[in-house]
Design a protein around this ligand. Sequence first.
Ligand SMILES: Cc1cc2nc3c(=O)[nH]c(=O)nc-3n(C[C@H](O)[C@H](O)[C@H](O)COP(=O)(O)OP(=O)(O)OC[C@H]3O[C@@H](n4cnc5c(N)ncnc54)[C@H](O)[C@@H]3O)c2cc1C
Length: 371
Amino acid sequence: MPDLLLVGAGHAHLYVVKHAGELGAAGYRVQLLAPRYFDYSGVASATAAGALDSEAGRIDVRALVGVSGVDFHEGTLESLDPEARIAITSDGVRLSYDVLSVNIGSVVAPAGIHVHPTVLRVKPLSGLADLDVRLRNSARSSAATVTVVGGGATGLELATHLAVRRDVALVRLVESGATVGADLPAGARKRMGRLLAARGVDLRTGCVVRDIGERQLVCDDGTEISHDVALLATGLSAPPLLAELGLGDENGVPVRATLQHVDRDEVYAVGDCARFLPGPLPRIGVHGVRQGPVLQRSLLARLRGECLPVYQPQRRALSILDLGDGVGLAVRGRWWWYGAGPLRLKRFIDRRWLRRYREGGSPVRQKWSSR
Ligand SMILES: Cc1cc2nc3c(=O)[nH]c(=O)nc-3n(C[C@H](O)[C@H](O)[C@H](O)COP(=O)(O)OP(=O)(O)OC[C@H]3O[C@@H](n4cnc5c(N)ncnc54)[C@H](O)[C@@H]3O)c2cc1C
């Protein structure tokens, strides 16, 4: 019986776990090494900013595994011996494998900035989850000043959300480039500019941040900006663990179109932690979601000695930003749509996806209390 070890319960692996019966029937013994809870990033800005309940995006991985026939090891991967094909968990347990698949997500790329440990990072999401708690439990007598560093999609979501919180006096959005939302179509970018102005966000572009301390940040030109809470949203990179394991670098595990490691047929990597060699992929959830069924088919095909399927990314993906206060921005290629409709569509898509992995007795309740 070949041992299949899934490391991390990211989007693709949740799909494989859900369909693990098929793998078991084909002859695999399936093991999953992952933390107990998976937090869905589609609602992460809203939960972090306190607009949705903190558990709105939570999936109980143990409950999902419960009926699937998968052996669940709660923990994280600490080290790996690729020659002996042994993975060592955070509890020191040694798990041997014949086939390994890695789906451990991403972390914030620090972009050469010196960052104080109190600064919140948008990824892993466990760190971002502290934002609401930090704002609510603060010993400050007055409302907080929050600085968001990075004007990409996540920075925009968080800045716009925080700007409508009563306990936040001022939101600053600091961006090194000439504009925020640089990837957005021109019209959508202008619309975002008007929204930020209307919500009183203090926008600082062309400001290359060098150092973020507990209470202030310093830019390359010497400008100092003070804050009560700072959030680092400077893009995503692969976890440093991959380099430590010898599986890849900050760009991810190099994989072929089959999602297999470039040099190791028995190692797969999917989602944000993979570097897709046929062409760079943005670190967005849709790739992890769509790679799940490809990985599943590949695992079955290799047992049967069949040709392995390849992942063919779609050229354009729909992305919807949650901008707080009931509005969103949907973008696909050059097309965009702003208002309440996009946010309703996003909530519908997100709930439908979450429901798939919560069926089967998860004790985490679905709470969607939009404020
Ligand atoms: C605030 C925010 C909002 C976002 N919103 C969107 C959005 O609306 N739409 C979108 O498409 N993308 C969004 N993204 C991007 C999105 O988060 C990623 O592209 C997506 O989560 C990648 O999925 P994944 O399955 O690769 O990894 P993840 O979803 O990150 O899952 C990886 C899992 O692996 C676990 N793990 C980590 N390390 C280990 C280890 N050593 N051992 C075992 N397990 C481990 C983690 O706990 C996690 O559960 C957002 C990102 C952020 C930061």
